[in-house]
Design a protein around this ligand. Structure first.
Ligand code: NI
Length: 227
């Protein structure tokens, strides 16, 4: 699964996050890289258990969960506290897949990592390099979108961030467990949900055919979903 959600975060929210990040203390990003990815990753991150990282993460999630496009594509069940990272000149993250299970040291909660999301907080003209490359069934795709855009992809697909050669690339990073485990099933549900959202203003929510589609949507979630 690979989805590019444009404008997932509004500019004023990006500014709030960036102002807070500019004053925060950063650490080496290797601590969340997983046992095999430590050598592949070179960047900095806000310490994941720090008050600031948790507060910004909470703020970010409340915006994202209000985005119908994000909820429709991810169908989130559990979301790991968002991480915040920055790539300066020479920083990169070589090709890897993410760990399947992720535990939160603060709460002990564990999630199965179905999906990963990168939310850009820098605009493309602020840095060179730093492209997100994700492999999917049809080959690799390269992303360098505007700040506020979110790239959602299967955590099990190979992905990387190319070395930054100028400037600073700020991003937030999210792992989540979806109610719908299988990518294929999730994409059917996402298509259906988007069609319902597009149709509703045209035919009205009282329309019997639209109601039937909504029923199918809920029944598919009931059939495939975990809660
Ligand atoms: Ni990764």
């Amino acid at each position: 699964m690979l989805a590019h959600i444009k404008g997932a975060l509004e500019r004023k929210e990006i500014d709030v996050l960036r102002q807070a990040m500019a004053q925060a203390e950063w650490e080496d990003g290797a601590s969340t890289a997983g046992a095999n990815a430590g050598d592949l990753k070179r960047n900095q991150q806000l310490p994941p258990d720090s008050e600031i990282s948790r507060a910004l993460g909470k703020r970010l999630l409340s915006s994202l969960l209000a985005s119908p496009a994000f909820v429709s594509a991810a169908v989130p069940l559990h979301i790991y506290p968002p991480l915040f990272d920055r790539y300066g000149v020479g920083d990169h993250f070589d090709p890897h897949v993410d760990n399947a299970i992720r535990g939160d040291a603060m709460t002990g909660a564990r999630i199965r990592v179905d999906l990963a999301a990168t939310l850009l907080l820098s605009d493309p003209d602020e840095y060179e390099g730093g492209e997100l490359i994700v492999e999917d069934l049809y080959g690799s795709r390269t992303f360098k979108p505007p700040a506020g855009d979110l790239i959602l992809y299967s955590a099990g697909s190979l992905h990387m961030v190319t070395p930054v050669t100028r400037g600073l690339r700020l991003a937030s990073f999210i792992w989540l467990q979806s109610m719908i485990r299988a990518d294929e099933a999730r994409s059917f549900i996402c298509d259906l949900d988007e069609s319902i959202q597009d149709l509703a203003p045209r035919v009205g929510t009282e329309d019997p055919d639209l109601r039937r589609l909504v029923t199918v949507y809920h029944n598919l979630i009931r059939y495939w979903g975990e809660a």
